[in-house]
Design a binder for this molecule. Structure first.
Ligand code: MG
Length: 224
């Protein structure tokens, strides 16, 4: 399995207590879903039970979901305690490394929750809703503020973006989150997705890549 080359992410997955994600952090993705570009980060969490390490099995579409979307994202693996960080904190001392992640989203569950003003936990937090690549030590990713990330479904390109298009930078996000939630080593911050999100169905294969550092692949199945 790809996770066995280099450091296996699963040890971070089991260390981390918190997974904090930001929504609508790329302008082109805001536009495609008809949402305004936020003036401050829109945050939500995913539970650690949603992790899926490459090689451990398929993404399972939850029962009752008929519109499950891929969202390719750069994940930031926290390397030091982050509490009340100053603005523009130094990334190198706070970050252990990175991963490529899929913020799988039951879009129909999310639309229902949004319409009722309810939380997104079922839409974003179902089992296998967080497929992750191997862990990438920070030394391997020279410039996380300008790295390509792409996502294909059955070999067809769906998302092809760059982290240079983020609305809120990684240092900004860490500082902002740390004012309210203390991040600890092993915690994960998901930094949002570029345009091109779309549905997957049982039998599909999602492949994705981060710069020239790694690729990952997950199959999709229905939760029986
Ligand atoms: Mg997302």
């Amino acid at each position: 399995m790809a996770g066995q080359t280099g450091c296996n992410f699963s040890k971070f997955a089991h260390w981390g207590r918190n997974i904090v994600a930001v929504g609508r952090n790329y302008r082109d993705h805001c536009a495609e879903l008809g949402n305004p570009v936020p003036t401050k980060p829109l945050l939500f969490t995913k539970p650690p039970s949603s992790y899926l390490v490459e090689g451990e099995g398929p993404i399972l579409i939850p029962r009752g979901c008929s519109n499950c979307h891929h969202e390719i994202e750069l994940g930031v693996v926290v390397g030091a305690r982050c509490r009340d960080l100053p603005s523009d904190p130094p990334l190198s001392s706070l970050v252990a490394g990175y991963c490529l992640a899929l913020d799988m989203t039951a879009r129909d569950f999310q639309e229902e929750a949004k319409s009722k003003g309810n939380p997104w936990i079922l839409a974003k937090g179902f089992d296998t809703a967080l497929p992750v690549s191997r862990f990438v030590p920070k030394e391997e990713l020279k410039d996380p503020s300008a790295v390509r990330l792409w996502c294909k479904v059955n070999g067809k390109m769906r998302q092809d973006g760059t982290t240079a298009d983020m609305v809120f930078s990684i240092p900004y996000l860490l500082a902002h989150i740390s004012q309210v939630i203390t991040l600890e080593p092993g915690d994960l911050v998901l930094t949002g997705t570029p345009a091109g999100v779309g549905p997957v169905k049982p039998g599909d294969v999602i492949s994705a890549g981060l710069g020239d550092l790694l690729t990952m692949e997950f199959s999709v199945a229905q939760r029986e």
